[in-house]
Design a protein around this ligand. Structure first.
Ligand code: NI
Length: 172
């Protein structure tokens, strides 16, 4: 397995609209393995392909810790088909915005579908942490980050903090 480099803000590659996957081959399964490995090493609950500079609608998630069972998801071309009017607030973080967190409000429950690594259609109806996680990761596929839900001022503050962290890391 190969560890991939996670891009951080303000990298413009985080802002692309990723392309749908049409081929389910060995390359895709290697990408899934590499993304999961990278996510575990970086201690994240989810990772979207654009975060590692890959322009595809591919997402991995592991919400096992929170849901108390093995919940590893490998999603291709995910689509939300229903969002609840009711909102819920979750304290979100993101590997592309390291060491920062913020309270973000999103629809509390969703219905969605995706293709698994074999190209088989799967449906999910969920709420709670998984619903938040899916929406957060899917935003990445459209070039959107959770900090976009914050005020311009706060967003810029977060980006500046990440720039300082990265500068420090590269000098030490
Ligand atoms: Ni993220």
């Amino acid at each position: 397995m190969t560890l991939l480099t996670v891009l951080t803000v303000p990298d413009s590659r985080l802002r692309i609209k990723a392309k749908p996957v049409s081929v389910f081959d060995e390359k895709l399964s290697i990408l899934f393995d590499d993304m999961l490995e990278t996510m575990y090493v970086e201690d994240g609950a989810g990772l979207a392909a654009p975060q590692v500079g890959i322009d595809l609608r591919v997402v991995v998630m592991d919400v096992s810790e929170r849901e108390n069972e093995s919940c590893v998801y490998k999603m291709v071309n995910p689509e939300v088909t229903w969002r609840s009017k009711e909102l819920s607030v979750c304290n979100e973080g993101c590997l592309s915005v390291p060491e920062q967190r913020a309270e973000i409000s999103r629809p509390a429950a969703i219905k969605m579908h995706y293709l698994d690594e074999n190209g088989v259609l799967q449906h999910i109806e969920t709420d709670g942490f998984l619903a938040t996680c899916i929406q957060h990761e899917m935003d990445h596929l459209d070039g959107k980050l959770y900090i976009d839900y914050l005020s311009t001022l706060k967003r810029q503050m977060y980006i500046n903090k990440v720039k300082r962290i990265k500068k420090y890391e590269s000098e030490n």
